[in-house]
Design a protein around this ligand. Structure first.
Ligand code: OXD
Length: 315
C-alpha cells in the first residue's frame, strides 16, 4: 500500500498535484486548514504518516495516530515548535528554497527606492517640476547590518555588498563567514550607532522575540529597518516611538505578529512605514519542492527523514 501524506494548506490545490508529480509513489490528499473539522477524509488521515502544512489547527494531530514526519511549507517553524500537540520525536523539516535570492531583491529594491528618491521624483512629476537637485543618496561605504546570518542572510549580505555597502552580520556567535564579519548579538549596540540599514531575517526564538525594542533602538540614528523575518522580532510600539522621534527614518515591513495585518492597524497609515504582504520569499511549489524532494523520496522508501530542525535552538 502506498504511503500517504496529508496536505493541510490554504493553497492545497496547488500543492497536492505538485507534490504528487514530485513523488508518484506517495499518495497525497489536501484540505484547507479552516475546513478540516468538517471536510477531511478521516480514514486517510488515520493512515497518513506524513503531514505537509503551514498553520496547524489545535486538535488536528489527534486524527493522525501514525504520524512520523511534518514538513513545513516555508522557512520559519516557530508556529510548529510552539505547538503543544506535536510530540518531540516527530521530525519537523523546513524549506526556504530560493528565499535568499528573492529576499535579497526585496531588500535591494526597497533600499534603492529610497536612495534613488523615487517617491520624490514621482511627486515632482505630478507637479510637472524638473528637479535636477534631487540627487540619489550614495550608499557606498554605508553600514548595513544583517541580523540572522543563515542561508538567507548571506544572500542579502552579498547583494548589499555588491551595492557598495559595508556589510556586517549579527548572529548567535561572533565569527567570519563567507567573507563577512558576523558579530555576536551582544555587540549589536555599538554597531547600530553607525548603521544606515538593519535587515532582520532571523528566526523567531525566545531569544529573538521583541529583540528590537526601545533599548535596542536607542542606539540607532536615522535608520532604515527592513524586516523579512518575523513580526514578533520587533516591538511595534517601541518602533513607532523611534520613528516619531526620528531615530528610525523608515520601516519596510513584510511580516507582522498578526497576518493578514488587520485593516485598522496603525502601521497601514504611518508615513514612515511601507507594508508588504509577507511576499519577500515566495512559498510556491516551484520554489520549495527542490528543498523537500530528498526527504519525499526517503519517506517513500521508508527511510529516516534528514535535516530536522533543532527544537532546542528553534530553527
Ligand atoms: C516564512 C515563510 O517562514 O514564508 O515566513 O516561509
Amino acid at each position: 500500500m502506498a504511503k500517504k501524506i496529508a496536505v493541510l494548506h490554504h493553497r492545497h490545490q496547488d500543492w497536492v498535484p505538485a507534490l504528487q508529480a514530485a513523488e508518484p509513489l506517495v499518495e497525497f490528499r489536501g484540505w484547507h486548514p479552516k475546513q478540516w473539522e468538517t471536510g477531511v477524509d478521516r480514514s486517510f488521515l488515520a493512515e497518513a504518516e506524513g503531514l505537509f502544512c503551514w498553520k496547524l489547527p489545535a486538535g488536528f494531530l489527534a486524527a493522525m495516530p501514525r504520524l512520523t514526519w511534518i514538513q513545513n511549507s516555508g522557512a520559519g517553524v516557530d508556529h510548529l515548535l510552539s505547538h503543544p500537540d506535536i510530540p518531540l520525536h516527530i521530525p519537523i523539516t523546513r524549506a526556504d528554497g530560493q528565499f535568499g535570492y528573492w529576499m535579497a531583491r526585496y531588500v535591494a529594491v526597497h533600499l534603492l527606492v529610497s536612495a534613488q528618491q523615487v517617491q520624490a521624483c514621482r511627486e515632482a512629476q505630478l507637479r510637472a517640476e524638473w528637479t535636477p537637485k534631487l540627487l540619489p543618496e550614495d550608499l557606498t561605504g554605508k553600514v548595513a547590518l544583517v541580523l540572522g546570518f543563515g542561508r538567507i542572510g548571506i544572500h542579502i549580505a552579498r547583494t548589499l555588498r555588491e551595492m557598495g555597502m559595508d556589510v556586517h552580520g549579527i548572529g548567535t556567535s561572533s565569527r567570519t563567514q563567507d567573507g563577512f564579519h558576523v558579530h555576536a548579538i551582544e555587540e549589536a549596540p555599538a554597531l547600530l550607532a553607525q548603521a544606515r540599514t538593519l535587515v532582520l531575517c532571523a528566526p523567531l526564538t525566545p531569544r529573538t522575540r521583541d529583540l528590537v525594542d526601545a533599548r535596542f533602538l536607542a542606539n540607532v540614528r536615522n535608520l532604515t529597518l527592513i524586516n523579512v523575518g518575523r513580526g514578533e522580532l520587533v516591538n511595534l510600539e517601541d518602533l513607532r516611538t523611534a520613528m516619531d522621534t526620528g531615530l528610525v527614518k523608515e520601516a519596510i515591513l513584510d511580516v507582522f505578529p498578526e497576518e493578514p495585518l488587520p485593516a485598522t492597524h496603525w502601521l497601514w497609515r504611518h508615513p514612515k512605514v511601507t507594508v508588504t504582504p509577507h511576499h519577500s520569499g515566495p512559498s510556491t511549489p516551484h520554489q520549495l519542492i527542490p528543498d523537500i524532494l530528498d526527504n519525499l523520496h526517503r519517506f517513500a522508501r521508508g527511510e529516516a527523514i534528514e535535516g530536522a530542525v533543532d527544537r532546542q535552538r528553534g530553527y
